[in-house]
Design a binder for this molecule. Structure first.
Ligand code: CTP
Ligand code: CA
Length: 261
C-alpha cells in the first residue's frame, strides 16, 4: 500500500514467504505430500513486491510461474524448506509460513523403485519432520534473551547464521545472526474447533500472527478465493471475509507493516 509521499509501506523491508507443499520421498517415484497449490503464498509474494518489499519466496513443488521481482528458491522436502527459510530469515524483517509442511517423512528412502511383489507390502515407517515455524520462534526467543541478558552486548551462539553482512557499518567479523525476524506469521488450516485450535497453535509456535483457514466449503485448496481469521499474539482477531487470495495477502501485510512500524 502506498504511503503519503508515494512511498510503499514495505519499502526497505525484507520478507520471506514460504509457499506450496513439501514432498517426502518414499522412493525415486513416490512421495508423501501435502495438498497445496501455492496460490496463497504466491499472492503474498506478489503483494509484498507491489508494496515495495524485498521478497524471498521459498517454493515447495509449485507449478506457478515465478512472481516478478521476487527471489525464488525452489525446494522439495521439509528439511530443504527448513534450510532455505532459516537462511533467508537471518536477514529478514518478517517471515510468513504459508507452505504446507509434511509433518512426517519416511524413515527410509529407497534408492530404487519399490516393486510390487507377491508378498504383502512393508508398512512405511515415519519420523517427525522439524517444525520450522516453531524453530523460528524459538531462535528468536533465545536471541532476544541473549540480547536482554548481560550488559546488552549480544553474543551469538557459535556457528549460527551465515555471517554475510553487506558490510554497511557491520563489524569485521559480521555478527553471526541478528535478533531474528521481528514478525513471524503462521498459517493453519483447521477442520474443527477452528478458533480454539488456532489459539493453542499460535501459543505453541511462538508466532505473532496466525492466519486460520477453515477447510471445506470449496475454500482454501486450489481455489482463487480464501476466507480466514487472523489471530494475534495479544489475543486479538481480524476477520477476513471470503475473497481473492490477494485481498487476504494484503490484510496480512497490513498487520505485518503495523507491527514493523
Ligand atoms: N509448519 C512448519 N513446520 C512443520 C509443520 C508446520 O513450519 N513441520 C508451519 C506451517 O507452515 C504453518 C504452521 O506451521 O504455517 C501451522 O501448520 P499446521 O500443520 O497447522 O501445524 P502443526 O503444528 O503441524 O499441527 P497439526 O497437528 O494441526 O498439523
Ligand atoms: Ca501439520
Amino acid at each position: 500500500r502506498v504511503l503519503a509521499g508515494g512511498r510503499e509501506d514495505l519499502a526497505g523491508r525484507h520478507v520471506v514467504v514460504s509457499a506450496g507443499g513439501t514432498r517426502e520421498a518414499i522412493d525415486p517415484v513416490r512421495f508423501i505430500g501435502n495438498r497445496s497449490s501455492g496460490l496463497q503464498g504466491y499472492a503474498l509474494a506478489r503483494t509484498a513486491v507491489a508494496r515495495g518489499a524485498e521478497v524471498t519466496l521459498v517454493a515447495a513443488n509449485v507449478t506457478l510461474p515465478d512472481p516478478a521481482g521476487a527471489k525464488v528458491v525452489r525446494v522439495e522436502s521439509a528439511r530443504q524448506l527448513r534450510d532455505a527459510v532459516l537462511a533467508a530469515a537471518e536477514h529478514a524483517d518478517a517471515v510468513v509460513m504459508a507452505a504446507a509442511v509434511a509433518d512426517f517423512r519416511p524413515v527410509r528412502q529407497s534408492d530404487t523403485k519399490i516393486k510390487k511383489s507377491s508378498a504383502e507390502p512393508d508398512p512405511i515407517q515415519l519420523v517427525k519432520n522439524p517444525d520450522i515455524l516453531a524453530e523460528l520462534g524459538e531462535i528468536r526467543r533465545a536471541r532476544r534473551e541473549a540480547y536482554a541478558g548481560g550488559d546488552g552486548a549480544y553474543e551469538a551462539p557459535a556457528g549460527r547464521g551465515p555471517g554475510t553482512g553487506d558490510g554497511a557499518g557491520a563489524p569485521e567479523e559480521a555478527a553471526p545472526g541478528g535478533p531474528g525476524p521481528r514478525v513471524i506469521v503462521g498459517f493453519a488450516a483447521e477442520t474443527d474447533d477452528v478458533l480454539a485450535n488456532g489459539r493453542a497453535k499460535l501459543r505453541r509456535k511462538g508466532c505473532d500472527l496466525l492466519v486460520v483457514n477453515q477447510v471445506g466449503e470449496n475454500l482454501a485448496f486450489g481455489t482463487p478465493d480464501n476466507a480466514a481469521v487472523v489471530l494475534t499474539a495479544e489475543g486479538g482477531s481480524v476477520d477476513i471475509p471470503r475473497g481473492p487470495k490477494e485481498d487476504l495477502a494484503d490484510v496480512v501485510w497490513d498487520l505485518v507493516a503495523q507491527r514493523l512500524a
